[in-house]
Design a protein around this ligand. Structure first.
Ligand SMILES: [Zn+2]
Length: 335
């Protein structure tokens, strides 16, 4: 397994936090309960894992996007053209999108030989979703771009994870139902984009429960399975970011997403579900951004998660250092 310069990554992440640009991730130290098992999947074809180079213990890039704008306001934003360019690169390099909830549930339903990528969008701005006069996502917003790309590449479905606050997408009541109806995941980004590191426990619970309640009101019946910490800042008690109750609403997240700054481990390994790393994609090159990591993952054979095409089994080369852990061990298929 390839070793990345983790120490360097940590230094850069710390620097980003220090300048307040990205506040990357508290180190949640909770020992979370495992997420619900993935739903059973019926498969008919079982491709040969060796023939496709399957390695389901490899890393998964979880990309983090903010605003799409023709005139980006900051280094976390990018132009629609840059976003299209990154989708094109991902497609050409064999990535296929899954949601964050699918990642953490190990429900990776992409074709044999392809690599999962998670596209996440923070802050629920109208640059990500707004509607045109025809009631469709307006050209140039992220959802429209994803749909255009999927129409041109039917094996690259438009599915992403949107981390939303309590007044998402300009307050348009069509937005959350539209996302839920079109295969996207809706995740929590707190009620008011609160800095949870500076919030007392009652405030943390309120921010998360209120957000889950608001999503449930706007999109009834849609589960909220994952949380992205605003600014990457975890509460003093990281367990409060995983589960709690306030105002009659309970929340329980299968995964808590950070801001920085490296690929996520295989969901079948010993990763920390309370602190899942993401990779930033933005305007121009910054240390350890998506361009850097996609280069690294392409250059290092065996570093990427490569699907065996069968969500029921976990395939990996027999000489891998580790196998699936915990509840996943019974699905191990070394070859
Ligand atoms: Zn945010």
């Amino acid at each position: 397994m390839v070793r990345y310069p983790v120490s360097i990554v940590r230094v850069v992440v710390a620097a980003l936090c220090a300048i307040g640009a990205a506040a990357c991730g508290g180190t949640a130290e909770t020992a979370p309960a495992p997420p619900a098992p993935p739903p059973p999947v019926t498969t008919t074809a079982r491709p040969d894992p060796a023939a496709v180079g399957a390695d389901e213990l490899g890393q998964v890039p979880i990309l983090m996007y903010h605003q799409l704008s023709a005139q980006p306001a900051g280094e976390y934003d990018q132009t629609p053209a840059e976003f299209r360019g990154e989708l094109d690169r991902l497609y050409r390099e064999g990535y296929r999108p899954i949601t964050a909830a699918q990642y953490i549930a190990g429900s990776i339903d992409i074709p044999a030989g392809t690599h999962p990528v998670v596209l996440t969008f923070d802050d629920s701005t109208t640059s990500q979703l707004r509607f045109g006069p025809d009631g469709r996502p307006a050209p140039g917003c992220a959802v429209a771009i994803l749909e255009e790309f999927a129409a041109a590449h039917p094996d690259f479905p438009a599915r992403a994870t949107f981390y939303v606050t309590n007044d998402p997408f300009g307050g348009d009541p069509r937005a959350l139902p539209y996302l839920a109806a079109h295969g996207h995941e809706i995740g929590s980004h707190t009620a008011t984009h609160a800095n949870l590191a500076e919030s007392d426990p009652a405030r943390v619970r309120h921010e998360l429960a209120s957000n889950v309640a608001a999503i449930g009101t706007a999109a009834p019946g849609v589960p909220v399975r994952t949380l992205a910490l605003p600014l990457g800042m975890a509460p003093e008690d990281p367990a409060l970011a995983r589960a709690g109750t306030a105002g009659g609403t309970s929340y329980r997240f299968d995964a808590v997403m950070l801001v920085g700054a490296n690929p996520a481990p295989s969901p079948f390994g010993a990763g920390d579900q309370g602190a899942v790393p993401r990779i930033r994609s933005g305007l121009g090159a910054v240390p350890f951004d998506s361009a850097y990591w996609l280069d690294q993952l392409a250059a290092e054979p065996g570093s990427r998660f490569t699907s065996d095409g069968d969500p029921d089994r976990i395939s990996f080369p027999r000489d891998s250092a580790d196998g699936p852990t915990g509840r996943w061990a019974g699905q191990a298929q070394p070859y």
